[in-house]
Design a protein around this ligand. Structure first.
Ligand code: ATP
Length: 322
């Protein structure tokens, strides 16, 4: 398979009054063609910061301080603003968290989708309108509704419009950052099923950011589990479920109810996530880890391949397998 996106040793820090928050540190992963990667972790672990770093949307007091982000071989972190403009939408697009904010209430949804097409591609208005109607149909909305205003749609339909808009210029990679937040559970499931469906149909590469582990394991090909600014484990969904290596991943799975096995005990993770400001060099999970030993408190475990395509950052693994 060919990697569409490769993120290597990405670090993004925020300057705060109390010191430097190492919000994302040494994060590496790739997304292959037609693959859906789930980026999962508790609130504040750095998922959105990873997405915004990829999109070059980090603003002061934040800064990408190290690493590279290659999209189809081009380093996004080194691209000029005009290069970036031409890459956004056409190569890389985002399904926003809240369609309510993404859609302008004073323009019809058709005008907004058409604008995205006309701004980025040399096509006639007629062609842009035809594509807009096709895109609406693709997300399950009657093409003739292009003349409707956002307020004429329900929350779920607005989110579908936002998805249609993100696909306006046929991107290769789509980042969905908690794009079902605020929708009711049934509509959330429909929107997620739609994203999965489109991914298959259009051979899209998708990064799905979420803290809903059961949903991510149900639809993603590969999962990256983040804890306090670092990816602690990255593997195929099957391996994350059946050959879990990192104690945090194990704890997260145990803390998540399994609807197919309602008798399984749900065990919450003791303690809380560390403050990322001035965090010492160590395993960031050691304060909550049942297996932590001296080394975990003093050194940072390397994020290393423990078997083909399966990465984990834990000294336990190193001690056991060398
Ligand atoms: N503007 C900012 N100023 C200072 N620190 C920030 C800022 N934005 C983010 N951070 C730091 O980055 C960390 C990661 O935040 P981020 O929003 O990426 O997490 P997340 O995993 O996406 O959370 P959520 O699931 O709640 O959206 C935060 O814990 C915080 O320490």
């Amino acid at each position: 398979m060919t990697a569409v996106l490769t993120v290597e040793n990405l670090s993004t820090f925020f300057k705060t009054e109390k010191g430097i928050a190492r919000a994302v540190e040494n994060v590496s992963f790739s997304v292959e063609e037609g693959e859906m990667l789930g980026l999962i972790g508790e609130s504040g672990c750095g998922k959105t910061t990873v997405a915004q770093s990829i999109l070059r949307l980090i603003e002061f007091p934040g800064k990408v301080v190290a690493g590279s982000v290659h999209l189809n071989g081009r380093d996004l972190l080194k691209a000029s603003d005009s290069e970036l403009d031409s890459l956004r939408w056409k190569d890389l697009s985002v399904i926003p968290q809240n369609a309510m904010n993404a859609l302008n209430p004073v323009y019809t949804i058709g005008d907004q989708i058409m604008e995205a097409i006309l701004l980025h591609e040399r096509v006639s208005k007629r062609e842009a309108l035809a594509r807009t109607k096709t895109l609406l149909e693709l997300v399950g909305i009657d093409g003739d509704r292009w003349k409707s205003y956002p307020h004429e749609f329900s929350g779920g339909m607005k989110q579908r419009v936002a998805i249609a808009m993100s696909l306006a210029c046929s991107p290769k990679l789509v980042i969905s950052d908690e794009s079902t937040t605020g929708l009711d559970v049934l509509t959330q499931a429909q929107v997620i099923a739609l994203i999965k469906n489109l991914q298959r149909k259009m051979d899209l590469s998708v990064i799905l950011i979420s803290h809903d582990l059961p949903m991510v394991t149900a639809i993603c090909d590969k999962i990256a589990i983040m804890y306090a600014g670092k990816i602690v484990e990255l593997a195929s969904t099957e391996d994350i479920l059946n050959d879990t290596r990192h104690p945090y991943s194990k704890a997260l799975l145990q803390a998540t109810p399994d609807l197919s096995d309602p008798d399984r005990e749900v065990i919450s993770i003791p303690g809380s996530v560390p403050n990322l400001v001035n965090i010492p060099q160590c395993c960031r999970f050691h304060t909550r880890c049942a297996f932590a030993f001296d080394r975990c408190r003093k050194e940072t475990p390397e994020f290393r391949e423990v078997k083909n395509g399966h990465f984990s950052a834990c000294f336990l693994e190193e001690e056991e397998n060398g």
